[in-house]
Design a protein around this ligand. Structure first.
Ligand SMILES: C[S@@+](CC[C@H](N)C(=O)[O-])C[C@H]1O[C@@H](n2cnc3c(N)ncnc32)[C@H](O)[C@@H]1O
Length: 248
């Protein structure tokens, strides 16, 4: 492997979302560094299991699942603009995306090649994902930092439930409102953000984040822990890890 060439290709992509360690000591300059979060949320070993990473972006979670032995499929929309961003601020979003020169799939391809990864990246909206579109049902679904971007989180979670084998698990890492969690520890509430945000629909409190998978038909929804990954992203803040199951 030509490390100098890899460094050049990494530097030529100015829209990295994930910090990813590549061979030769090359580190991608991501907005979010999840390296210390992964061991807190993912099982140590996933040998012989199939996994799905939802909204993979540069693929950090897909590569972490693969590193633990899983056969991994990763889904994302084709272009940033294909997600369900709130219409009011869409022109601002498109200007910002152009300024950032952000292209979904470009970072993933660089990291995938450098790591010699076998992760299969499939273009699919989370609402449309089925076992057929990802080559069969999976044992584990990882869905990170995506609920806040969806108009209908429960419909998306229903689609993910449909991709799991009986007894399979969903692992989530989601941004949440600390303030609304303290104000309403037991009542699901959401902060509706499309009037001010380009990206966000509903910033949930912890109770709402846990209510969504229950409402979609998951069982045994559990909090794994709170996380605050290093980040230069406007989404900097508190995240929670959750684990839910599909009934066996
Ligand atoms: C904030 S990034 C999170 C990336 C990664 N999942 C993580 O946890 O670090 C959101 C990702 O979800 C993707 N996304 C947004 N809406 C989506 C949808 N409706 N279907 C599939 N992917 C979507 C975006 O394209 C982007 O890759």
């Amino acid at each position: 492997m030509d490390v100098a060439d890899l460094r050049r290709r990494v530097a030529a992509n100015d829209g990295w979302y994930h910090t990813i360690e590549l061979p030769g000591g090359v580190l991608t300059p991501g907005q979010v560094d999840l390296r210390t979060s992964a061991p807190k949320l993912l099982p140590q070993s996933l040998g012989g299991q199939r996994a799905l990473d939802v909204g993979t972006f540069d693929g950090f979670w897909a590569f972490e699942l693969e590193r633990r032995g899983a056969t991994v499929v990763a889904i994302d929309v084709a272009e940033l603009d294909h997600a369900q961003w709130p219409p009011l601020n869409r022109p601002r979003l498109l200007r910002q995306a152009a300024d950032w020169n952000m292209q979904l799939g470009r970072g993933f391809a660089i990291a995938h090649g450098a790591l010699g990864s076998s992760v299969q990246r499939v273009i699919s909206d989370v609402y449309d994902v089925t076992p057929e579109t990802i080559g069969g049902p999976v044992d584990v679904v990882f869905a990170g930092a995506i609920m806040v971007h969806l108009r209908d989180p429960v419909r998306a979670l229903e689609a993910l439930l449909g991709c799991l084998k009986p007894g399979g698990q969903l692992i989530q890492m989601e941004h949440f409102s600390l303030r609304n969690t303290l104000l309403s520890p037991r009542r699901p509430t959401g902060d509706f953000q499309p009037l001010r945000s380009e990206f966000n629909w509903m910033l949930a409190n912890l109770s709402l984040l846990k209510a969504w998978p229950w409402a979609a038909g998951f069982t045994d929804v559990q909090r794994i822990g709170f996380l605050r990954p290093p980040s230069s992203n406007p989404m900097t803040g508190w995240y929670v890890g959750l684990r839910s199951r599909k009934a066996a």
